[in-house]
Design a protein around this ligand. Structure first.
Ligand SMILES: NC(=O)c1ccc[n+]([C@@H]2O[C@H](COP(=O)([O-])OP(=O)(O)OC[C@H]3O[C@@H](n4cnc5c(N)ncnc54)[C@H](OP(=O)(O)O)[C@@H]3O)[C@@H](O)[C@H]2O)c1
Length: 207
């Protein structure tokens, strides 16, 4: 599969490496341009290339955005139309400033901006070093660390859940984009390593 990455820092760069290692072709991009991504591409290996944001959006059947959330309106809506868009960003008022969200989940704001995209919230709760180190593709799903997945498009969610499994984690469904509030900062499952059983128990405690 072709995967585009918009925002290739801690989390985007780590995910890019995992997707490439799993055999996918990956286009990485950032705000400063492809020439600044030479070292990352070299580190990832032959399945990766550097691109502009627009090129990465165009390249990916699945595109992950992992940029500071406050900049989500810079994501190229036209190029992402029809694409499965994984939103890994988190709203952090200290970094992003005050954003009027009207009670919506951050992923719903992303979906509102990218109205033609199939938005799936995932990879946002896991610290990048755990994402880098804890994948166990050969372990049974029940013994793996969870990655939470939410979205309104079931097929898109299935595709992203497949990627989660390929890189060695267990997808745990938190429902719709509105439901993705359960995997936002402040939630009991945020940035906590847990098996799927532990995760479902923690999620049940929220409701
Ligand atoms: N750190 C984690 O473990 C972690 C885990 C889960 C989720 N997250 C979330 O993921 C997001 C990224 O966090 P991070 O720690 O990976 O940040 P980071 O290391 O600072 O990386 C941010 C990346 O986004 C790029 N970027 C910034 N503005 C952009 C724009 N307008 N268009 C395209 N690319 C842009 C940056 O490019 P330049 O360097 O060229 O500016 C950089 O590649 C945040 O929303 C964070 O809350 C982080």
């Amino acid at each position: 599969m072709n995967v585009g990455i918009i925002g290739s820092g801690n989390i985007g760069g780590t995910a890019a490496k995992l997707f490439a290692t799993a055999g996918h072709q990956v286009a990485v991009s950032n705000s400063r341009g492809p020439e600044t991504l030479r070292d990352l591409v070299e580190e990832i290996g032959p399945n990766a290339h550097a691109a502009t944001v627009e090129e990465a959006a165009e390249f990916g059947e699945v595109v992950m955005e992992a940029i500071p959330f406050g900049l989500y309106q810079e994501l190229p809506a036209g190029k992402l139309s029809g694409k499965i868009l994984v939103t890994a960003s988190n709203y952090s008022p200290g970094r992003d400033g005050e954003i009027e969200h009207g009670g919506l989940a951050s992923s719903e704001l992303v979906q509102r901006h990218l109205s033609g995209a199939r938005v799936v919230k995932a990879f946002n709760t896991i610290y990048y070093k755990r994402l880098r180190d804890n994948g166990r593709p050969d372990a049974p799903l029940g013994e793996r660390e969870s990655i939470f997945v939410a979205g309104d498009d079931e097929e898109a969610k299935d595709v992203v859940s497949g990627l989660v499994e390929e890189v060695g984690f267990a997808p745990v469904d938190t429902g719709t984009l509105a439901g993705s509030r359960e995997q936002e900062p402040g939630s009991p499952v945020y940035n906590v390593a847990m098996t799927p059983d532990e995760a479902r128990e923690a999620l049940a405690g929220i409701g």
